[in-house]
Design a protein around this ligand. Sequence first.
Ligand code: AHR
Length: 500
Amino acid sequence: RPARFTLHPDFTVGDVDPRLFGSFVEHLGRCVYTGIHEPGHPTADESGLRGDVLGLVRELGVTTVRYPGGNFVSGYKWEDSVGPVDERPRRLDLAWRSTESNRFGLSEYVAFLRKLGPQAEPMMAVNLGTRGVAEALELQEYANHPSGTALSDLRAAHGDKEPFGIKLWCLGNEMDGPWQTGHKTAEEYGRVAAETARAMRQIDPSVQLVACGSSSQAMDTFGSWEATVLAEAYDLVDYVSLHAYYEELDGDRDSFLASAVDMESFIENVIATCDHVGARLKSKKRINLSFDEWNVWYLSKSSAQVAALNWPEAPRLLEDNYTVTDAVVFGSLMIALLRHADRVTVACLAQLVNVIAPIMTEPGGPAWRQTTFFPFAQASRHGRGQVLDVRVDAPTYETAKYGEVPLLHATAVRADDGTVTVFAVNRDRSAPLPLEVTLSGLEVESVIEHSALADSDPEARNTLEEPERVTPHAATGTTLRDGVLHATLEPMSWNMIRLA
Ligand code: AHR
């Protein structure tokens, strides 16, 4: 039987915040060095930014860019990363057992965003691992204060007369994780997050602040961590963060394809926790969610890689090469975010270049798109507007991890001009899935395009040697007649169907 749902403009989830299409640049492996920054590369500009990468990042449609970590931020000394490049100190980066040259720093990050264009917005993390309130305030003053103070004048002396205007700040990173430098209990972190937030608001009451939630739903402290932190910081922060990574384990591809089941339950559980604290505090304020690290990541393979490092500079680390299967799961994670666009108003794909990334580079050589590039680019380009409520009625399949799961995962977005875009994943590994969508009250009459990402080889991937092995193709046979959309979703596929 076909998978079905009905769309109606009166039944909506909420507006998509452009920040949902954020990404993440961490000082980790080759994300920065030989990723976005490579002086001497044939496409590099005067500040060493790779032009080929800038072009691909623009095509990807990235908005907010979180920086400088990640685990890296918990040892970050922001003052090492500013001023004359040749005078910047080299430091041990404990998080990734690497040496940080600081040749790329705060000013270069802002230059990178400015080069990307007006849609690019900074999201800066402060170090609440080895540092605290004072250093966060110093960084804020250096970055944002116009002039006339020691640190704002220092910024100008370093060549950045204009303030950076950073509005969105992360209060540390994954402070619940024992691996984090300066890891804290929920009580300890809740206090320091609240006091940092209070002080940062003294400089600028309009800053937008993200408190660390759990590093994953699987953490022992999940739920109680968020509740304890928010009990301290509810009135002082705007967002709580979520991080989640998925990988295929023990050859269980069926469960892997259903990863978004976990992601959606994670989101719903965090919303419930935030609202529970809000209710306890009798607050009218609503805390939104910043899903500021999400992706497919073969994490189980990379821990040993990091442990074996002996303080190299910009090593090849976490350079997962994504298959078409990974891209279908990735697309489904995008769908999960869009389906919760009313509360998930910031999200960052971790990460942007080389490190578990949609864009890969070769030092001195080309840059290319991984399979995961395409679902993100399509969603960012066409997933802007109002998310419509999608209640799927679909055949199901059995998974070891999540029980019975619908074969179809889908969402739909209505743009301001009335066009409707359906994003859909068929989780069936071997059979096509017929799709029937009843369009009620929507002024759409025809199919603009049905683009699909699927391959007869589930392991197909793009590489340096074959950078365009996997790209989206036009699917055939999709029709819209008498208010009903009919399509066939190829086995294990990501789909974008645009209607006007
Ligand atoms: O994105 C890679 C790492 O994953 C980040 O540094 C950390 O925050 C998370 O554990």
